[in-house]
Write a protein that binds this ligand. Structure first.
Ligand code: GAP
Length: 429
């Protein structure tokens, strides 16, 4: 864990936020490599959940939202964590995470738990009065429920169909912790799948399998991933059944994603509160019903952390130890690095030509500093799957050397075939 945190800082994946002012508790900024990788995680999710399906569409709803939404969703009443104070050192903790003892000083002299509300409250407009109260959304999900009719009417979808969204959510967590695992500002990737009530269980099981396969397909090893079904007592106020996809983090198994059978809770609650009919009329059966909802709800920032942890390896190459991120090429911040063998000007033109050929197809880095061996190590450490080295022979034979991150094998490839060769290796055509 410490190595990942160091690597993230040193190589520009994730920085502590507002660092020049001493940092701002548990908030993080994504640097040049982190922003690429986080975008790749979200793109991989969008590709699998929206692009490759004809039954799911996307939206991008507002973050700032009126109280009515959170009143109807149940969040205003129930979205709390149990807060306790340590009477000895005055630290505050989430009672359900500490087993009755203060993790800071070891004292068992704790206050009774009280409900602490997790939503960030603000005011929209210049006057701070009750009618201007607004909230930063604590989940993206409600955006899909309140737009159910808009989407139904504009896309002509019918159940089973889904609405997907990726975006920021905010929770005033009592104890943000474990790097970007639990933060107050984070990104979610959620999909609400609306189904005929009788089919809810079937679709719940379908999405459990689909979502497990998504993580496995992007390189999380099977022995570090499992499903955990919630006990009845753990279920959220809206849920008829939930299972978490859990990853083996350095501190043990913990949640990556929750998949819930939300029944008709949300559409019924918003219909009641808004007075709009949020249901579906099936012309085939002449039946009107409120669809039930299956919700795979993932964290993008949390998933990125799991992909980094799973990819981190230290191995030996030619007797020298190296750090290598064995990231799937779809997630790596750079897919290809173009490395001129030397800084000599005669190599620059052809190196830039190679870069220009690759850039429309792959996210590329271009690095001329230090020895070629050092540059290979730097690329290994940030997970770049392929290095393309331009040398003096390239001027004569119009070919370059392609080096594979995982095997360190090198092959000569004509510049004219470079894109198709890299596409073949990454499995895209
Ligand atoms: N709409 C349902 C929902 O929001 P959740 O289990 O509270 O369910 C879904 O959140 C996912 O969002 C979690 O599995 C986790 O990956 C991510 N998540 C939730 N709170 C987070 C936090 N404070 N920091 C980072 N990620 C978080």
């Amino acid at each position: 864990m410490e190595r990942i945190v160091n690597l993230c800082k040193r190589r520009g994946f994730i920085f502590p936020s507002a660092e020049i002012y001493g940092g701002f508790r548990s908030t993080y900024d994504y640097g040049p490599l982190g922003v690429n990788m986080l975008r790749n995680v979200k793109d991989a999710w969008w590709r699998s959940m929206v692009q490759m399906r004809d039954d799911v569409v996307g939206i991008d709803a507002a973050i700032l939202s009126p109280s009515q939404i959170w009143e109807a969703s149940g969040h205003l009443a129930t979205f709390t964590d149990p807060l306790v104070d340590c009477r000895n050192c005055h630290e505050r903790w989430r009672a359900d995470k500490i087993a009755g003892v203060c993790p800071n000083c070891g004292s068992a002299d704790l206050t009774e738990p009280r409900a602490f509300h997790l939503m960030f409250k603000t005011h929209a407009g210049p006057v701070e009065e009750d009618s201007s109260v607004a909230y930063l959304r604590p989940e993206t999900a409600q955006g899909m429920f309140v737009n159910f009719l808009n989407v139904l009417q504009t896309t002509r979808k019918k159940p089973p169909f889904g609405i997907a969204q990726v975006g920021r959510s905010f929770r005033n967590e009592i104890t943000p912790q474990n790097f970007v695992f639990r933060t107050r500002e984070f990104e979610q990737m959620e999909m609400e799948y609306f189904v005929p009530p009788a089919d809810a269980q079937k679709w719940f099981e379908y999405w459990l399998e689909e979502r497990m396969n998504w993580y496995l397909g992007l390189g999380i090893p099977a022995d570090k991933l499992h499903l955990r079904h919630h006990e009845q007592s753990e279920l959220s106020h809206y849920s008829r059944g939930t299972a978490d996809v859990e990853f083996l983090f350095p501190w043990g198994w913990d949640e990556l994603e929750g998949i819930a059978n939300r029944g008709d809770f949300d559409l019924s609650a918003h219909a009641k509160a808004s007075g709009e009919k949020l249901d579906y009329f099936d012309p085939a059966t002449n039946e009107r019903y409120v669809p039930h909802v299956i919700e795979p709800a993932a964290g993008a920032t949390r998933a990125m952390m799991a992909f980094l942890l799973a990819a981190y390896h230290e191995d030996l190459v030619e007797g020298e130890s190296r750090t290598v991120l064995r990231l799937d090429w779809r997630l790596a911040p750079y897919q290809v690095a173009v490395l001129p063998l030397s800084k000599k000007p005669e190599l620059e033109d052809v190196s830039r030509e190679v870069l220009g050929i690759l850039q429309p197809h792959f996210m590329c880095d271009y690095d001329v500093t230090q020895s070629i061996g050092r540059r290979y190590r730097r690329q290994d450490e940030v997970g770049t799957p392929y290095c393309v080295t331009v040398d003096f022979d390239s001027l004569e034979d119009r070919a370059v050397t392609v080096r594979d991150r995982d095997t360190t094998e090198q092959v000569r490839v004509p510049i004219a075939d470079l894109v198709s060769e890299l596409r073949r290796r990454t499995g895209e055509g």
